[in-house]
Design a protein around this ligand. Structure first.
Ligand SMILES: *[C@@H]1O[C@H](CO)[C@@H](O)[C@H](O)[C@H]1NC(C)=O
Ligand SMILES: *[C@@H]1O[C@H](CO)[C@@H](O)[C@H](O)[C@H]1NC(C)=O
Length: 296
């Protein structure tokens, strides 16, 4: 499976960073942002600058690194011939029957420049597996998975609650224990609280513990590590509108220690590399930073 994640990582890294971080927020905040655009002229100007930069980046990205090749190439990969998945080490894409995602990065905001220019932001609760770009479930399906995708959770809930809600939905599926389940946790600082004990890594661990208890059989959990504050610092540095929007996350940002993530990784390695319940932590946004951003 490792190759899969690498591809997904590349796609996600290059594409999502600016779009998601700049406007990732809940619908209430979106409404407030839409209002602010009508009442705060400076913010309006900063905002227009931001969405123009985004539109240019998206266009450049689609010319320089079009992502359709991912699905095309995947379709041509030869079949690997190994024993059908008896434990998590041997799980193949086609073995996975149930798929779920949780965490703020599992949703996205539509990026329609026409609408954004008119100050209409749209809902940021769109699920990443519904987007046109290559998503992990789409890749699994290309490789023969007959997937049931679960959307049971509320992204504003704490991660352990989201884990419970997903597990609750899965346990209603007849025969779920005999099916391979893949659950992807893509948390950002917005999934934690601004405190030592509620920071994102700790919440992620609590979510893993819930899943381990509720779905102990044939479950494969993938966590994207988003430690450090580089991304947030850079995003707010790059654009005034981002700075305004991200300022309320300043304290959260402080509580996203690398050392805590390191500890969580150690705990996971000790406890959750079982044949029937395995957790893999991928360092996608470990110490992440945005390169090549223009200085304001
Ligand atoms: C963007 O929104 C406008 C107005 O609703 C619509 O006409 C247009 O097709 C949309 N563009 C894309 C690329 O979805
Ligand atoms: C894993 O769970 C499956 C399904 O319940 C079971 O058949 C199998 O024996 C378990 N494997 C191990 C190593 O516990």
């Amino acid at each position: 499976m490792a190759g899969f994640f690498r591809i997904q990582n590349l796609a996600a890294t290059s594409f999502f960073v600016v779009v998601s971080l700049a406007i990732a927020q809940n619908d209430e905040q979106l409404t407030r942002t839409e209002e602010k655009l009508t009442t705060d002229r400076d913010f309006y100007d900063q905002w227009m600058k931001l969405i123009n930069v985004q539109a240019e980046q998206l266009e450049e990205q689609s010319l320089d690194y079009p992502l359709d090749y991912v699905i095309r190439d995947l379709a041509q990969c030869p079949e690997t011939k190994i024993q059908p998945g008896l434990d998590t080490n041997a799980v193949q894409p086609q073995d996975i029957a149930i798929y779920a995602e949780m965490g703020q990065l599992s949703s996205y905001c539509p990026s329609n420049h026409t609408l954004l220019s008119a100050g209409i932001l749209g809902s940021c609760k769109q699920r990443s597996h519904t987007m046109k770009l290559p998503s992990l479930p789409k890749m699994l399906q290309i490789r023969g998975a007959d997937l049931k995708t679960i959307d049971a959770n509320h992204l504003e809930d704490p991660l352990p609650d989201q884990a419970k809600s997903i597990a609750d939905e899965i346990t209603r599926i007849p025969g779920y224990e005999e099916m391979w389940k893949m659950i992807v946790i893509t948390a950002t600082i917005q999934d934690g609280t601004a405190s030592e004990t509620g920071q994102t890594a700790i919440e992620v661990l609590a979510a893993i513990q819930e899943l381990g208890q509720l779905l102990p059989k044939k479950t494969f959990v993938v966590v994207l590590r988003t430690s450090g504050s580089g991304l947030w610092r850079d995003a707010s540095h790059a654009n005034e509108a981002c700075r305004t929007q991200l300022s309320k996350w300043k304290v959260h940002n402080k509580f996203n220690y690398n050392s805590v993530w390191d500890q969580v990784e150690i705990i996971v390695q000790k406890n959750y590399l079982r044949p029937n319940f395995s957790v893999e932590i991928l360092p996608l946004f470990r110490d992440a930073a945005l390169n090549n951003l223009p200085n304001m």
